[in-house]
Design a protein around this ligand. Structure first.
Ligand code: GLP
Length: 262
């Protein structure tokens, strides 16, 4: 696992946007299959993608996206749905083909079938090239809450109180307004991506980052699955590293100083 430590959230976002833009451009005209998250963590990355696109430096014409998750029971037009979030914060500003955008339908009459079809759609594209993600304060990836199977696939999940409280800031501060369930890719789905890049910034993520990086693989911190991934990068800021050992921080900084790839 690579750990890239940047001074702050903006610098971590710029690094991540530049890294992914390089991968997209490097594909030339071949399809690039990109997994995407929502939440506040990726917002500056999306802003940078839009800026690069407006400056003519990045095209999404060959990009096909699969979002990680969606709340159950929210229409795509609901301002807190992840459909709405993605349209407003990325898709409407770039040149992606609408038919290349995939987001789980939280209104599906048959959620199980919806999840199965989603997995099939990813497989039909040849799998995910790069899954970008964030991390919940309890170490979750997508909506794979503590205790999720590390080999789970796309399915319906019940959200924990910690997640509902964290996400209530988007629902007028009231955790009871946050939907209790979501459709989410599984830990196994993320692990199948050829590459996984996770952005983790801010002090509120420090406890979970320590568990994910310094402790063993554990279903109570589902992002710790990354320890088994051959091509995983965590991009973080200094604040998020506050609970890591000084030695761990120094070690990863040293390695990156001499990194051949950047
Ligand atoms: C939600 C999303 C996750 C996201 C997490 C952290 O639970 N399902 O994909 O990583 O929130 O959100 P934030 O980036 O706002 O801290």
């Amino acid at each position: 696992m690579r750990i890239i430590i940047q001074a702050d959230h903006e610098k971590a976002s710029l690094w991540t946007a530049g890294y992914i833009a390089g991968k997209i451009s490097g594909c030339n005209d071949k399809p690039f299959i990109l997994g995407l998250p929502t939440g506040s963590s990726p917002l500056s990355i999306y802003r940078e993608f839009i800026k690069m696109h407006k400056e003519g430096k990045l095209s999404f014409k060959n990009v096909r996206t699969f979002n990680m998750d969606e709340y159950v029971g929210l229409e795509a037009s609901h301002p807190q749905s992840y459909h709405y979030f993605m349209t407003e914060n990325l898709f409407k500003h770039i040149d992606i083909d609408q038919k290349h955008i995939h987001i789980l339908n939280g209104m599906a009459k048959d959620p199980e079938k919806e999840c199965k079809l989603y997995e099939e759609a990813m497989a039909a594209e040849g799998g995910i090239d790069l899954f970008l993600g964030g991390m919940g304060s309890d170490g979750h990836i997508a909506f794979n809450e503590p205790g999720s199977s590390l080999s789970s696939r796309t399915r319906i999940k019940t959200l924990t109180e910690e997640t509902k409280t964290a996400n209530s800031r988007f629902f007028g501060g009231d955790p009871s307004k946050v939907p209790g369930t979501a459709l989410t890719v599984g830990v196994g789905t993320v692990m199948d991506a050829r590459e996984v890049v996770i952005i983790v910034t801010g002090r509120s993520k420090a406890r979970a980052l320590r568990a994910v990086v310094e402790e063993g693989i554990n279903h109570m911190w589902t992002l710790s699955c990354l320890q088994m991934h051959p091509e995983a990068i965590i991009v973080c800021d200094e604040e998020a590293t506050e609970e890591l050992k000084t030695k761990t921080v120094r070690y990863f900084k040293d390695i990156e100083k001499n990194a051949v790839i950047n």
